[in-house]
Design a protein around this ligand. Structure first.
Ligand SMILES: Cc1ncc(COP(=O)(O)O)c(C=O)c1O
Length: 432
């Protein structure tokens, strides 16, 4: 959808100057919009025990993470690199949740050392852990938990979480091994914009916690209802009302834990917090008339993978081309892949070379999902600060970055000479 009003008001008056001075393409994020959204989430929980752990994977730029940490957010990490970034930012202990899957032992050790709130994605990971974390939490499989979102795929084939009927045994085993503090994690949404489904998914986790307490005696310190809240990518999508969502969760907690406070509510939203507050600013560099009308931008799918990869809709505007006749255009990047299209048959005012083209809602899973195929390197990230300054928070990648991991001299890994000699020995021919 068109960027939020405040962001447009703050960005559009300076956009041409920034593009002229800095060059395109770049992602630019709106600090004010991000903090307003975060504060809105906290306010919606009305002082009840709640904490948002921003999903680092959505926008792993340390400047944005520092902004959110400064507001009181925690960080949700899913990999060693994300844990290391959190540590560099001074986030340790229960400022961090570690919700990974297919977790390697060394990754678990790193999260344990950081004192993070660790979510076990499978019982086998608990069985393998020599030292348990202070708080033991399992992720419940989305299958059987709630309706689930279309974007989560077929929940019966999920790789995530512990099947609900195996959770009691998992918690009993943790308790047998000395655990005394517990959490529960469940996330059955992905980019969910249907309020009823989003509520149903979160409420199911709260109710499951109460059920597990009743059947196993395990008391939960927290229930983490995950991320996955949607944002309105399309102009006719309606945003979620986070207050209604929070109220439904609080009501479910009161119902499920009568006479008690019940567990603290945690969330690990990424997209909801930063998604609408970023745009990818590009320039039209080519026009061509083929089977379709083609508009070539100076950015490629390597800067924003979602449209090409999933067919995801990102709104696209030419903010300084109003009044021109409208047509339908395929808006493309320069990768040698036909899927490298930001928009297909999109109605737009007639684009001309040199026009600025703005791709909306790139504040989450945008730059972060970028890649470098074809040597099309990832663009810069800028931040529009609350004071109205525009600052560079990550430069564009250059040839040196692309080649940084190449060894100037090949490094020996395995020498063919002894192998050849062994081969001869085994066949009884020549030896050394
Ligand atoms: C476990 C977990 N938590 C949180 C998130 C963040 O999701 P979103 O950015 O859609 O809120 C994801 C997304 O992949 C996830 O897998």
């Amino acid at each position: 959808m068109p960027v939020p009003d405040g962001f447009a008001r703050r960005l559009l008056p300076v956009l041409e100057d920034v593009a002229a001075a800095y060059g395109t393409p770049f992602h630019v994020y709106d600090a004010q919009g991000i903090t307003d959204t975060y504060r809105g989430m906290v306010d919606a929980f009305r002082g009840e025990p709640f904490r948002e752990y921003f999903a680092v994977k959505a926008l792993p730029n340390p400047h944005v993470l520092a902004l959110l940490l400064g507001e009181g957010s925690g960080l949700d990490c899913a990999s060693p690199v994300e844990l290391q970034i959190a540590e560099q930012l001074g986030a340790t202990g229960d400022d961090v949740v570690f919700t990974s899957n297919n977790t390697a032992p060394a990754e678990y050790e790193l999260a344990l050392k950081a004192g993070a709130l660790i979510t076990f994605d499978d019982r086998s990971l608990l069985d393998r852990a020599e030292t348990l974390p202070d708080v033991v939490a399992f992720r419940v499989s989305p299958h059987g938990l709630a309706a689930g979102s279309a974007l989560m795929g077929d929940a019966t084939r999920t790789k995530f979480g512990v099947p609900v009927d195996r959770l009691p045994d998992a918690y009993r085993e943790a308790r047998r091994r000395g655990a005394t503090r517990f959490g529960l994690h469940g996330m059955a949404c992905a980019n969910e914009l249907d309020m009823d489904r989003a509520i149903q998914a979160a409420v199911a986790v709260v109710e499951l916690a109460a059920h597990l307490t009743a059947t196993t005696g395990v008391e939960f310190e927290y229930v983490n209802v995950g991320g996955g809240l949607g944002i309105p990518y399309r102009p006719d999508d309606r945003p979620l009302d986070f207050r209604v969502y929070a109220d439904a969760i609080l009501a479910a907690r009161r119902r499920s834990f009568p006479g008690r406070q019940g567990p603290r509510i945690l969330m690990e939203c990424g997209r909801y917090v930063t998604g609408p507050h970023g745009v990818l600013v590009t320039t039209v560099i080519n026009r061509a008339s083929k089977a379709r009308e083609i508009v070539g931008l100076d950015a490629s799918m390597s800067a924003l993978m979602r449209p090409g990869f999933y067919g995801a809709y990102h709104h696209l505007t030419l903010p300084f081309a109003t009044g021109r006749p409208e047509g339908r255009y395929d808006v493309v990047g320069a990768l040698c892949e036909n899927m490298d299209k930001f928009a297909v048959e999109r109605p737009l005012p007639e684009p001309r070379e040199g026009d600025l083209a703005v791709i909306h809602d790139t504040g989450a899973h945008g730059h972060a999902m970028g890649f470098t195929y074809n040597g099309r390197l990832r663009p810069a990230e800028l931040l529009l600060t609350a004071d109205g300054d525009v600052v560079e928070i990550r430069r564009a990648e250059e040839l040196g970055d692309y080649l940084a991991t190449v060894r100037p001299q090949p490094r020996p890994v395995l020498s063919a000479t002894p192998r050849a000699a062994r081969h001869h020995d085994e066949h009884g021919n020549q030896g050394e």
